[in-house]
Design a binder for this molecule. Sequence first.
Ligand code: 0WE
Length: 232
Amino acid sequence: MGLLKNKRALIIGAVNNHSIAYGIAKCMHRENAEIALTYQTEKVKSRVEKIAAELNSNIVIPCDLAYDDQINNLFIELKKHWDKFDILIHSAAFAPAEQLEGRYIDCLTREGFKTAHDISSYSFSALAQAAYPMMKESKGALLTLSHIGAEKALVNYNVMGLAKASLEASVRYLANSLGQDGIRVNGISAGAVRTLASSGIKNFRKMLTYSEKVSPLRRNVNQEEVGNAAAF
Ligand code: 0WE
C-alpha cells in the first residue's frame, strides 16, 4: 500500500547519501511515492543520478537555486515527465563560509546577508511560485527544513539564523496564500544532523555531542527520522 501511493514528490537538496533530502526521498519512496530529484552543478550530477536510480526514478533535473531561469526551467523539464505533482521538498541552504564563524557583529557583510537570504529563504517562495501551476489541482504539500537557530541566537550560526527565521515566516505566508487551493505548507525544524553542509562547520562534532546529552532521548536525530516526519 504505502502512505504516499499515487503521489509524486519533487525533492530538492539531495547531494549524497548523508543529505536530509536523501533521507526524505528514501522514506517517501518506501511509502510508494514517485520521486524526482534536482542537482545544483554538473559536479554532483552523477551522484544524484545514482540516488535517483536507487529510488526507481529517472527524473533528474539541473537547478541552481541562485538563478531564476534555472528555477523556471526545472518545471519546464519536470512537465515533460509529469503533468502535475503533489509534493515539493526544499532542503537546501547556503551562506558564505566566513559568515558562519565568529561573532555575528564581526562577520556580517551585505553580500553574505543577501546570499544567505536568497539561497536559504527566497528560493523556497520562488519554487512555490513556479511550482504552483503544476500543483494547484493536487491539494498537495510543500515542505522546507529549518533549524532552532531561527528562534534562538546560536554561536556561529549567525546570518543563517536570520535566513531561517525568514524561511519560517515564509511557511506561514505561503500557507495562508495556498490554503484556499487545499495546499499545505510546513517546515521541519530538524536537530543537528551530520551532512555535507555541516561537515565544514567548526566545532560541529562538539555540538552533536552536546545536543546528544541535553535532548530528552539522549541521542541525536537522523536522516531517516526526519524522512519519516516529512513523509507523514
Ligand atoms: O543550516 C545549517 C547549515 C547550512 C549551511 C552550511 C554551510 C557550510 C558550508 C549553510 N551554508 C554553508 N556554507 C558553507 O560554506 N545547519 C542547521 C547546520 C549547521 O550549520 C551551522 C550550525 C549548524 C547546526 C553553522 C554554525 C553553527 C551551527
